[in-house]
Design a protein around this ligand. Sequence first.
Ligand SMILES: *Cc1c(COP(=O)(O)O)cnc(C)c1O
Length: 369
Amino acid sequence: MTSSSKITARKTLEKIQPYSPGKPIWEVQKELGLDRVVKLASNENPLGPSPKAVAAIQNGLAGLNRYPDADASALKKAIAEKYQVTPKQVITTNGADELITLISEAFLEEGDEVIVPSPSFSEYDFGAHIMGATVVPVKFKEDFEYDVDALISAVTEKTKIIYICTPNNPTGTYIPKSDLDKLVDALDDVLVVIDAAYDHFADAADYTNGVEYVNAGYPVVTLETFSKIYGIAGVRVGFGIAPEAIVQSILKVKEPFNVNTLAQIAATAAIGDAEHVETSQETNKVGRQQLYKAFDELGLTYIESMANFVLVQIGEDGENLYKQLMAKGVIVRHGKIWGLPDYVRVSVGTEEENQFFIDALTSLLVKQA
Ligand SMILES: *Cc1c(COP(=O)(O)O)cnc(C)c1O
């Protein structure tokens, strides 16, 4: 018998770190024996799923003996109407994460370069590495503003994709439209992936999710998700909007039934649930202010956010404080994974959840002082 250690995985997999998700509530509850645990670690919707999505799922259960619609035609039609594009410019996926993988599989050859602003969402690196492409990180300016000139300077003959996460996870900063105009105009033969997962929370007048570039014929993919504002992270739906030829290439590497029936039904209902979207936006706006005010009172530096999370600098002892917050039943994200060990990223919760976090943080900081 051959030893299993002789079966070697592809060389490029050595570069891949396993994804580190926010700890689930049950795990922290069990490990620490806590009654109440508040999870503000994965930028989920604190109000719950769209009620229309939940009702639609209940109605769809009896049809589960059938395979899903491989074309997700009802969902694509709803998306196309909402974004003023054609269904052929839309691709639906098993979460936006899958779309990042599919884009990588469709466009990257070994040795290609992928420009990734740093720090940003880790899935971009993952997609590059599974294809044996090289990640070229480009740092943000001070205060985590996008450095468009540095991004343009990083482009070489080998550059194939450039990712722009706006608002950016984990910083909450966004790229103003004039800078994005400059970037897309400066590029030639480079696919620009605009990750607009937090689109609905961005209320700046010069924000754009990039769909206008798609309509103008630029090689741009706008990426969106149902996991954040629509509150259905658990069923996994994301989508992309891109020129038809780009969508056609991505479809070639897609599994036929990648978005399951319940996910399609839920997403189609959620996109039409304007009331849930508006309430979620309002809750987030108020919640961000609640967090800012508390950070100001505690003398903490934070980055003003266009998303549903805030990056806050809690000091040199960041990791310890993060663990102590956990011990008090508050799960946030420690910044170490982004090379920001003195920061945590906290998702905006309900007013009551935010207060629970603020009280825990205050008691720890006051104790330290
Ligand atoms: C959450 C998130 C996504 C999408 O997540 P899915 O749940 O896979 O749809 C994409 N990009 C960023 C930056 C995110 O934070």
